[in-house]
Design a protein around this ligand. Structure first.
Ligand SMILES: Cc1cc2nc3c(=O)[nH]c(=O)nc-3n(C[C@H](O)[C@H](O)[C@H](O)COP(=O)(O)OP(=O)(O)OC[C@H]3O[C@@H](n4cnc5c(N)ncnc54)[C@H](O)[C@@H]3O)c2cc1C
Length: 406
C-alpha cells in the first residue's frame, strides 16, 4: 500500500511516495523491492523533523507508523520494548496510568520512537538525563546486507553508536527498548521566573538547573541591542504526589492552511505581549498538567498551518558556555528587520551527560532554537548568515575558554 507524505513544517515542498509496512518480518522484502525499483529510500517516522531530514532524494520512503505495537513491558523496572512506529503520545497513554514517564521528550508528542532515536532527541531534562539514546539500551536494526541485528553497547557497538542520531542512514530501526522513569503523579510543580536580560539568564540558569529536572527559557521577539532577551524561565519537577492521568482533553484544530503566513510583526507582538504579560508579574509557582510544560504548542492541533503554504524552518545552535549570553544576543540581532522574527525562541543550557551516539547534536553549553517562517530569499540568506555567525562565535568561545571543541 502506498500514499503521499510531506514534512510537517511544510518546507521543503517535496512530496514523498510512502510504502507502508505493517509487519517487522516483511521489512527486508519491502525495502529490497523499493531499492530494486527506485535505487534508494529513507525510513519515515511521523515527519516531525524540521527541514528535509525525513525526505529521500528518490522521493521514496518507508512509512514506519503502522509498526506500532507494544512488544514487552516490565512494570517493576519500567523497561519496555516497542515497535519503532509507536508515537510518544500512544506510549504516554499506556505508561502514565501505571506510574511511568518518558526520561526525555522533545517539544512534541507526535513523533515515533524510531524517528526520535534516529535524531537522538533532547528535551528540557537534558542537563539531568542527556538525550533519548542514554535510555535506549538495545534496538533492532534491519539492513539489506545482513540478517536482522540487535544493537547495544555489547552487540554491534559500532552500528549502535552510528545509528543513534544517524537519520536513518545506517538501516531501519524496527524495535527498541526504553527505560522509563517512575512518577508518583502526572502533575508538574512548575516555577516561572521573568528575566530582562540574557546576562541574568546566564547567571541564574546553572543554579536553577541544579534543583530542577526540567528547565528552559522562552525569549520574547528579538528587540535589538542590550535589552534583547526579555524572557520567561521555566523550571519544573514531577509533583511528588497526585493522580496519574493521561491528558485526553479536547483540542481545537486549525482546519486549513492559509495561502500566506499569519506570523508577522503584528501578530507576533500581540501574541508575545499577552504571553509575557501573563508571566511578567514576578516569580510564581504552580501545579500544572504535564502537557503545558512539555507540549505547549500542541494545545492547538495542526498549529503548523499558521505559517501558511510556504511553511517554516527551525534554526538551532549549540555554543560553549563561555560568552554564551553575548553570543545569543548577536544571534538574535542577526535576524534582520525585514524578517518578522521568531514566533518561538527557546534558550536552554545543555548538560554534560554524554550520548552513546556518534552524531548527537547536544554539547555542554547554551542552545538557542528559533522557528522562522519560510520567506523565500530572506530566509535563504538568513540561515547561512546565522550559520557563519554561529561558527565564528563558537571558535571565539573556545579560544576564550581554551577548549578545542567548537
Ligand atoms: C513542535 C516540535 C517540537 C520539537 N522539539 C524538539 C526538541 O525539543 N528536541 C529535539 O531534539 N527535537 C525536537 N523536535 C524534532 C523532532 O522531535 C525530531 O525530529 C523527531 O526525530 C521526529 O520524529 P518523527 O517520528 O516524526 O521522524 P521523521 O521526521 O519522520 O524522521 C526523522 C529522521 O529519522 C529517520 N527515521 C524515522 N524512523 C526511523 C526508523 N524507524 N529507523 C531509522 N530511521 C528512522 C528518518 O529517515 C529521518 O532521517 C521537535 C519537532 C517539532 C515539530
Amino acid at each position: 500500500m502506498s500514499d503521499s507524505l510531506c514534512p510537517w513544517g511544510g518546507y521543503p515542498a517535496f512530496p514523498q511516495t510512502a510504502k507502508r509496512c505493517h509487519w517487522r518480518s516483511v521489512i527486508k522484502q519491502v525495502l529490497a523491492h523499493i531499492v530494486a525499483q527506485h535505487g534508494g529510500f529513507l525510513p519515515f517516522g511521523n515527519g516531525r523533523s524540521y527541514g528535509e531530514s525525513c525526505l529521500a532524494a528518490s522521493a521514496q520512503v518507508l512509512h514506519m507508523r503502522p509498526l506500532n505495537r507494544f512488544i514487552a513491558a516490565d512494570w517493576e523496572t519500567g523497561l519496555i520494548r516497542v515497535e519503532a512506529g509507536v508515537t510518544l503520545d500512544k506510549l504516554l497513554a499506556l505508561v502514565i496510568p501505571k506510574g511511568w514517564f518518558l526520561p526525555v521528550t522533545p517539544g512534541t508528542k507526535f513523533v515515533t520512537l524510531g524517528g526520535a532515536l534516529a535524531n537522538d532527541v533532547h528535551g528540557k531534562s537534558h542537563h539531568v538525563r542527556g538525550t533519548l539514546a542514554c535510555h535506549v539500551p538495545r534496538f533492532g536494526l534491519i539492513r539489506s546486507d545482513r540478517p536482522p541485528l540487535i544493537c547495544s553497547l555489547q552487540e554491534n557497538p559500532d552500528l549502535y553508536a552510528e545509528t543513534i542520531g544517524g537519520l536513518g542512514l545506517t538501516g531501519i530501526i524496527d524495535w527498541l527498548e526504553l527505560q522509563l522513569v517512575p512518577i508518583r503523579s502526572s502533575q508538574i510543580d512548575a516555577t516561572h521566573v521573568p528575566f530582562d536580560t540574557l546576562d541574568e539568564f546566564s547567571a541564574l540558569s546553572p543554579e536553577v538547573d541544579g534543583k530542577y529536572e526540567f528547565t528552559a527559557a522562552r525569549i520574547d521577539r528579538p528587540p535589538q541591542g542590550k535589552s534583547a532577551g526579555r524572557s520567561i524561565f521555566m523550571a519544573a519537577n514531577h509533583a511528588p504526589d497526585g493522580s496519574l492521568i493521561f491528558n485526553e482533553q479536547f483540542k481545537p484544530n486549525i482546519p486549513i492552511t492559509p495561502p500566506f503566513s499569519t506570523i508577522n510583526r503584528l501578530s507576533l507582538r500581540l501574541f508575545n505581549s499577552v504571553y509575557f504579560r501573563v508571566h511578567r508579574a514576578g516569580r510564581h509557582d504552580s501545579r500544572i498538567n504535564y502537557e503545558p510544560l512539555f507540549y505547549s504548542l500542541e494545545r492547538i492541533l495542526n498549529w503548523n498551518r499558521i505559517y501558511g503554504r510556504r511553511g517554516f524552518k527551525q534554526y538551532q545552535s549549540a555554543l560553549p558556555l563561555t560568552n554564551s549570553s553575548a553570543a545569543t544576543r548577536e544571534m538574535l540581532d542577526a535576524i534582520p528587520a525585514v524578517h518578522s522574527g521568531s514566533f518561538f525562541s527557546v534558550l536552554k543550557l545543555f548538560g554534560r551527560v554524554r550520548s552513546p551516539g556518534l552524531l548527537s547534536f547536544p554539547m555542554p553549553g547554551a542552545t538557542l532554537a528559533l522557528d522562522l517562517p519560510q520567506q523565500g530569499e530572506v530566509t535563504a540568506h538568513l540561515f547561512p548568515r546565522i550559520e557563519r555567525l554561529c561558527a565564528r562565535l563558537a571558535v571565539a568561545s573556545c579560544r576564550v575558554s581554551g577548549t578545542g571543541r567548537g
